[in-house]
Design a protein around this ligand. Structure first.
Ligand SMILES: [Zn+2]
Length: 302
């Protein structure tokens, strides 16, 4: 096995791809962004190793963006989760998506000027996203050259990870130090944080030795890390519940309570989405109420 660390022009500054050796050659997991330096890395790797397939953990730009370049360099087919690809094409293959996102944030209380800034901040990366249309579909329960494919929804609805002999190729499901973002977005599953907490419980039950994440150092105690992430979200849910009142508050309002006022537009976008995933989990737990009026969506304590 080998790790490829690929550059990102935004924080955290890098993303890891992994090379897994199997009986019939190598599998590349994840592809970084479509940057010239990343394409050169794939060409160099392809000269040294026989890459038989490319697997994508999830459709976020820093994992799927370099897929076309990886395929061009290696000649290998791209394998991607069926649901994940559906969302990938829905989001990145749709010129209207930034407007869908902006309208949706408006419904959740984001002021128009801020929504416009979000719109601009969100379109910066589109040139670096070159996913492969109609990939080979992957499903939980499949095996890739000895690695089991498992569903790890939460950070992305269709997030997949690979496991063999106690080693998890984690994508962004479990990260060291950073808490993986779990946001609610238009057309996403209704309770992504509920999905994520279930995924973490299942991952903890695997008794893993090590998790190799998309960002940062290997996670030496994956079970402990899963438990810490569950605990983090439980505390966050309590803070979110405490921020609710009998009077309606929007996801945007509550994001100020949880994340403070000093955020750049791109960070505010993630803060609002993350706040909404917590609010929706509270609705599912019967601890909050969602109110949908013509103008938008708000939440009250129940
Ligand atoms: Zn991600």
């Amino acid at each position: 096995m080998a790790r490829l660390t690929l550059p990102l022009p935004m924080r955290p500054g890098h993303v890891h791809a992994y090379l897994l050796e199997g009986a019939d050659g190598w599998t590349l997991v994840d592809t970084g962004l479509a940057l010239p330096a990343t394409a050169e890395t794939f060409e160099r790797v392809a000269r040294a190793l026989s890459i038989r397939r490319i697997a994508i953990t999830h459709f976020h730009p820093d994992h799927v963006g370099g897929a076309q370049d990886a395929r061009a360099a290696t000649g290998a087919a791209v394998h991607q989760g069926a649901l994940d690809y559906e969302q990938c094409a829905h989001v990145w293959g749709n010129d209207g998506w930034p407007q869908v996102i902006a309208d949706w944030f408006l419904r959740h209380g984001v002021p128009p000027a801020v929504a416009n800034e979000l719109l601009e901040a969100g379109s910066v990366y589109s040139q670096f996203i070159r996913y492969v249309p109609d990939p080979e579909p992957l499903h939980a329960g499949d095996a890739i050259d000895g690695w089991d494919v498992i569903a790890t929804p939460g950070h992305a609805d269709g997030h997949l990870a690979l496991v063999r002999d106690g080693v998890l190729i984690a994508g962004d499901h479990v990260l060291p130090r950073i808490t993986p973002a779990v946001g609610l977005y238009p057309d996403s599953r209704p309770d992504p944080l509920g999905d994520y907490l279930d995924s973490l419980e299942r991952t903890a039950a695997l008794g893993l030795r090590i998790a190799l994440p998309g960002h940062g150092d290997p996670v030496e105690d994956p079970t402990g890390r899963c438990r810490a992430l569950v605990e983090h979200h439980r505390l966050r849910l309590d803070e979110t519940a405490a921020a609710l009142r009998p009077e309606p508050r929007t996801g945007y309002d509550v994001s100020y309570v949880l994340f403070g006022a000093e955020l750049a537009p791109a960070a505010r976008r993630f803060a609002v989405a993350e706040t909404l995933s917590h609010l929706e989990r509270l609705v599912h737990e019967g601890r909050a109420r969602r109110n949908e009026a013509s103008g938008g969506v708000s939440y009250t304590d129940s």
